[in-house]
Design a protein around this ligand. Structure first.
Ligand code: ARG
Length: 588
C-alpha cells in the first residue's frame, strides 16, 4: 500500500496540475496548526517565484480544484499562501479498511531483499553483564526484528569477547586459587574432567579481582599475558580450562539475554576466527596493503578529506600478537565467505567511533568486502543515573544486569499487587512481562546515540511515555474485547465504520501511518521511531476511549465498527511491541 501522505500528495498534485502548475508542488505534510487544519500543503509558496504570482492566488486556484475532492472535505487557502486541509471521513475509512485487510497492514516488501548481519550484545566471557550491555543487546535485537519484519533476511550474532587478555586474567586467577588443578599439569595426557572447577558466581568474582591485581602487580600481569599467549597458542590444559569458562559463561549469558527476549542466531566469538588471521595477514602483505611501521604491521587508512587524525589500523603488534581489530577484520572475512551479507550492522559504545572508522576503512581498502557491502556502525550513548554520571548501584558499584532486571521485576510486582486482587503466580508472571517492557522501552525510546538517564521510577510508571503505559493500553483494549465476547459478540467478520467524532478520526489518522513509520524505522535502523509512534497511538486510543461509548453503543453496526477499530489498534500495537522485543499480558 502507498504511504498515507503520498496518497494525499497525489490528490493535491492533481489539483496543482489541473490549475496549471507543477504537480510536484503538491506535497502534503502533517499540520503545524492542528487547531486550524489536519494537513497542509505549502506548495503555493514554493511555486510563487516560478510562476510570478502571489502565493495566495495560486493557493486559491488550487483550492478551487478540490471542491469535489473525494480525499479532502475541505481545502482552504490561507494567508500568505497555505492550503489548509481537512480529510474526508469516507476516504479515511476506505484507507483504514484497506490497511486492515492488507498483509502487514499495508507495509510493502522492500525493493530488494537484503541479507543483513547484526553484530550485537558483544558480551565478554567471564565478565558479568552490566547495565552498559543492556543497550547493545536491546537495540540490536530490535533492529534485527524490525529489519526482519519489513522483509529482509537477518542474522543476529552475539560476537562474544572470548579471546583477549581477560581470558588470561581469569586463568591466572584460577591458578592462584586452585594451583593443583589438572589443567595446569603440563605432563597430563588424560581426559580432563567434565565438571567445571568453578561456578558462574566464582567466575564472575575471579575476573574483577584478577584484573584489579594486574593493575598493581606487574609481575602478575606478565603471568596473565603469558597465560593468554599460551591459550592462544593452543596449550591443551589452557584450552580445556577455557572451554569450561565458555560453557559456564555462555549458559549464564543465554539465561540473562533470554530474560530480556534477546535471541541470537549465532553465538560466535572472537575465538572462532583466529584460524583466519595468518591467511589474512599474508594476503594483506602480499597485496601490498600492509607495511611495517615501528616493528608493527599496519594498514594506512588516512584519507585526504580527513579533518581529524585517523591513525593507521594496526594488524599485528611488534611482538606478533593480534589485536581487537585484527579479529574484527577476520570476522568480516569469515562473514563474507560464509554468508555474503549485503550489510553488516555493528552495535557498540559510541566511544568506539574512531575504532570502527579504522576497521571499516581497512576492510574496504584491503577488499575484504565488496564495494557495495554496507558496513554500518551504530554507536550508542551511556546509561546514566539521575546524577548524570554512569549508572551505579546505591553504594557506588557497577550494577549487574541481572540485579537490575530482578529489582525492576520486584518493583513491578509490588505495583501490580498494590492495585488489584491477583493470584500470586499470575501477578509474578504479569510483573515479569511489564518489567521487561519498562526496561526495553526505557532504553529504546531514546535515540541510540544519545546518553539517557536510567530512572527506575519513571520507567515502571503506568503513565507517560513508558513501556507499562503502552501495555496498559493494550490490556485495556483486550479487556473490552473480552467483555464484548462474554456478552455474546463475535470478533471476526466485523467491518470498520466511518469516524463519528474527532477523537475517533484522530485514532484512524494515526493508524494509517503504520507503514510509513515501520519503513523509516527499518531504513534508519531506528527503534525509537516505533516507540514514538506507539506512544502517539496509545494516546490517540486513550483519548478516543474516554470520549466514546463502546460496549454501551446502542447502534449494532456502529458498535461492531468500534470493535473492529479496537481490534486493528490492538494488532498494530502488538506488532510494534513485538519488533521492540516485548509482549503484553492478557490482564494487568
Ligand atoms: N566486546 C566488546 C566490548 O565489550 C564489544 C564488541 C563490539 N562488536 C565488535 N564487533 N567489535 O567492548
Amino acid at each position: 500500500m502507498k504511504k498515507f501522505l503520498d496518497l494525499l500528495s497525489e490528490e493535491m498534485g492533481k489539483a496543482f496540475e489541473a490549475a496549471g502548475y507543477d504537480g510536484a508542488l503538491g506535497r502534503i505534510t502533517a499540520s503545524n496548526r492542528p487547531d486550524l487544519c489536519e494537513y497542509q500543503c505549502n506548495g503555493a509558496m514554493a511555486g510563487a517565484k516560478r510562476y510570478h504570482k502571489p502565493p495566495i492566488a495560486i493557493a486559491g486556484e488550487v483550492a478551487e480544484k478540490l471542491t469535489d475532492s473525494e480525499v479532502f472535505s475541505e481545502a482552504a487557502a490561507a494567508a500568505p499562501g497555505f492550503l489548509n486541509l481537512k480529510l474526508s471521513e469516507e476516504y479515511l475509512l476506505k484507507v483504514v479498511r484497506e490497511m486492515a485487510a492488507a498483509p502487514k497492514f499495508g507495509l510493502e516488501k522492500p525493493e530488494k531483499k537484503k541479507k543483513i548481519i547484526v553484530d550485537y550484545g558483544g558480551a565478554n566471557v567471564a565478565k558479568p553483564l552490566h547495565v552498559g550491555h543492556l543497550r547493545s543487546a536491546v537495540i540490536g535485537e530490535s533492529i534485527k526484528r524490525i529489519k526482519r519484519y519489513v522483509g529482509h533476511e537477518v542474522i543476529g550474532d552475539a560476537h562474544l569477547g572470548d579471546w583477549g587478555l581477560q581470558m588470561g586474567l581469569v586463568i591466572e586467577g584460577i591458578r592462584e586459587r586452585q594451583p593443583d588443578l589438572v589443567y595446569f599439569d603440563e605432563g597430563f595426557e588424560g581426559e580432563y574432567p567434565q565438571e567445571a572447577p568453578f561456578t558462574i558466581s566464582e567466575l564472575e568474582e575471579i575476573y574483577p579481582a584478577s584484573s584489579a591485581r594486574s593493575k598493581e602487580d606487574p609481575e602478575y600481569k606478565a603471568r596473565a599475558m603469558d597465560a593468554t599467549r599460551r591459550l592462544q597458542e593452543g596449550v591443551r590444559g589452557y584450552r580445556a580450562l577455557w572451554q569450561q569458562m565458555m560453557n559456564v559463561s555462555v549458559s549464564d549469558l543465554k539465561k540473562n539475554y533470554s530474560s530480556l527476549n534477546v535471541e541470537f542466531d549465532l553465538w560466535k566469538g572472537e575465538s572462532d576466527v583466529q584460524y583466519l588471521i595468518p591467511e589474512m595477514v599474508e594476503y594483506m602483505k602480499k597485496e601490498g596493503y600492509a607495511h611495517i611501521s615501528e616493528g608493527a604491521l599496519v594498514v594506512d587508512v588516512k584519507e585526504e578529506t580527513d579533518t581529524k587524525e585517523v591513525p593507521p589500523c594496526m594488524i599485528l603488534k611488534s611482538d606478533g600478537a593480534s589485536l581487537y581489530n585484527t579479529t574484527d577484520l577476520a570476522t568480516i572475512l569469515e562473514r563474507m565467505r560464509l554468508y555474503h551479507p549485503d550489510q553488516i550492522i555493528y552495535l557498540a559504545d559510541k566511544r568506539q567511533d574512531l575504532y570502527f572508522d579504522q576497521v571499516f576503512r581497512c576492510a574496504r581498502k584491503t577488499k575484504l568486502v565488496e564495494p557495495e557491502t554496507d558496513l554500518k556502525w551504530i554507536g550508542f550513548g551511556t546509561v546514566n543515573g539521575k546524577n548524570g554520571k554512569p549508572f551505579k548501584t546505591r553504594d557506588g558499584g557497577v550494577m549487574r544486569l541481572e540485579t537490575l532486571i530482578q529489582e525492576t521485576k520486584d518493583e513491578m510486582y509490588r505495583k501490580i499487587k498494590e492495585g488489584r486482587e491477583m493470584p500470586e503466580e499470575e501477578a509474578r508472571g504479569v510483573a515479569d512481562l511489564v518489567a521487561v517492557s519498562a526496561l526495553l522501552y526505557g532504553d529504546l525510546s531514546n535515540q541510540a546515540s544519545k546518553d539517557y538517564i536510567f530512572d527506575p521510577d519513571k520507567f515502571t510508571s503506568f503513565e507517560g511515555d513508558t513501556g507499562p503505559y503502552i501495555l496498559y493500553t493494550i490490556v485495556r483494549i483486550k479487556s473490552i474485547l473480552a467483555k464484548y465476547k462474554e456478552q455474546g459478540g463475535e470478533l471476526s467478520g466485523l467491518s470498520l465504520q466511518k469516524a463519528f467524532n474527532e477523537s475517533e478520526k484522530a485514532l484512524m489518522m494515526t493508524l494509517v501511518q503504520f507503514n510509513t513509520v515501520m519503513e523509516s524505522a527499518a531504513e534508519e535502523a531506528a527503534p525509537h521511531k516505533v516507540c514514538a509512534y506507539i506512544y502517539e497511538l496509545a494516546n490517540a486510543f486513550n483519548h478516543f476511549y474516554h470520549e466514546t461509548k463502546i460496549l454501551g453503543e446502542p447502534d449494532a453496526a456502529r458498535r461492531e465498527g468500534l470493535i473492529a477499530l479496537l481490534l486493528l489498534t490492538r494488532d498494530v500495537l502488538e506488532t510494534c511491541i513485538d519488533v521492540l522485543g516485548f509482549s503484553a499480558p492478557e490482564k494487568m
